[in-house]
Design a protein around this ligand. Structure first.
Ligand SMILES: Cc1cc2nc3c(=O)[nH]c(=O)nc-3n(C[C@H](O)[C@H](O)[C@H](O)COP(=O)(O)OP(=O)(O)OC[C@H]3O[C@@H](n4cnc5c(N)ncnc54)[C@H](O)[C@@H]3O)c2cc1C
Length: 337
């Protein structure tokens, strides 16, 4: 296996919190290496809702997921980290105070570890109908990556949660028509979204479950729907089908790595330290009393973790965080803190 140089910190997971942590590590003159299982940075924001707007980050009245990740990349690259994409961390081993991180692309070494794996690797819950897989990458979608992919097309969406309703409302602006199909009369989505849905031109079909795909000349053209608790069948046609049944997350590896975890979440103390000395966590992956899984919370935990890492690596360094203006001036001059 290939071995790397020894970094100050290996950040496992390149979602928004891993990216911001990398920037903050740069501010504290720490070398960082981000290891990300997916082929791109940005985590859930980039993969699951690039077109959705986020309204609950301080100082930003509203920003699309795509733009937020673009800004995070720009900020992160002020202190460019080493980035290894498409690379899954398999195990962690601490030998003489150096962490050996075994991945699908070799072993990487670091003096500390920051885990920002979110809710773990995630895969969409698939449409449980025969031949569905055949149309993935054609006109059956599990994410809305680009609204323009649906421009002037008739779109059907399956699902009743926030994402399904948000996607329907966003697509209403570009698609020729939108139908939303849900197995219950009532939507699980947030009240304000349901209110907007009821005042939109979106055709709502409830309570129906997909029964069979309609195919013509090897093209997916529609669905046969069955009433959830009855026998009534209807058919519906579309150019594109979006399945929004949520995602299955897996974070089982934390306990395999020898770390204390509770229901797949990393147990941390108030300095974001995990149960192995030198391992820290930030973002959705962590758990403690009162934890809230939001980007703003992860952005707060990242500086706590990185400042704790700085003083773990050099105990003469104070944990009290210097101001960023001070840090950036010193980092630009190449002074250590
Ligand atoms: C539909 C939806 C809408 C949302 N809307 C909002 C909102 O409006 N506002 C808000 O604040 N939050 C929102 N959230 C929550 C927000 O996306 C998360 O809080 C945020 O993404 C957490 O960031 P993170 O970096 O901790 O984790 P993630 O974004 O989950 O990133 C973790 C990364 O770690 C990688 N990883 C996992 N395991 C490994 C491994 N073993 N090796 C290498 N890499 C690994 C994953 O591939 C992933 O890229 C929403 C979530 C969803 C699903």
């Amino acid at each position: 296996m290939k071995q790397s140089k020894i970094e100050d910190v290996i950040i496992i997971g390149g979602g928004p919190v891993g990216m911001f942590s990398s920037y903050y590590a740069g501010l504290r003159n720490l070398s960082a290496h981000i290891i990300e299982a997916l082929p791109t940075l940005g985590g859930q924001v980039a993969m699951l809702y690039p077109e959705k707007s986020v309204y609950d980050i301080g100082g930003i009245p509203g920003i699309s997921g795509k733009k937020l990740i673009k800004h995070l990349k720009k900020q992160m690259n002020i202190f460019p980290p080493t980035v290894t994409l498409d690379c899954r961390v398999k195990s962690l081993d601490k030998v003489d105070n150096i962490f050996h991180v075994e991945t699908t692309k070799g072993v990487f070494l670091a003096r500390s570890i920051l885990i920002t794996t979110g809710q773990g690797s995630f895969t969409p819950r698939k449409l449980p109908l025969a031949h569905a897989q055949r149309y993935e990458g054609k006109n059956l979608y599990y994410y809305v990556k680009n609204l323009n992919d649906f421009k002037n097309r008739s779109v059907a969406i399956l699902g009743g949660g926030d994402s399904a309703v948000e996607w329907a409302l966003m697509l209403e602006q570009v698609a020729s028509s939108v139908q939303l199909i849900h197995r219950r009369e009532k939507f699980r989505a947030h009240e304000a979204l349901v209110e907007a849905l009821m005042h939109s031109s979106i055709k709502v079909l409830t309570p129906y479950v997909p029964f069979e795909l309609k195919e013509q000349h090897q093209q997916l053209t529609g669905l046969t729907l069955k009433e959830t608790r009855g026998d009534k069948m209807i058919t519906t046609n579309f150019d594109a089908l979006i399945v929004s049944y949520g995602f299955a997350y897996s974070n089982r590896e934390l306990s395999d790595w020898g770390l204390e975890a509770k229901q797949g979440q990393l147990v941390v103390d108030s300095s974001m330290a995990a149960s192995i000395e030198g391992v820290f966590g930030a973002g959705d992956v962590t758990t403690y009393k009162g934890k809230v899984k939001l980007i703003a919370v992860g952005f707060g935990e990242a500086p706590i973790a990185i400042n704790a890492i700085a003083s773990y690596l050099d105990p003469s360094i104070q944990t009290d965080a210097p101001r960023s203006s001070d840090l950036i001036l010193r980092a630009q001059k190449g002074e250590s803190q």
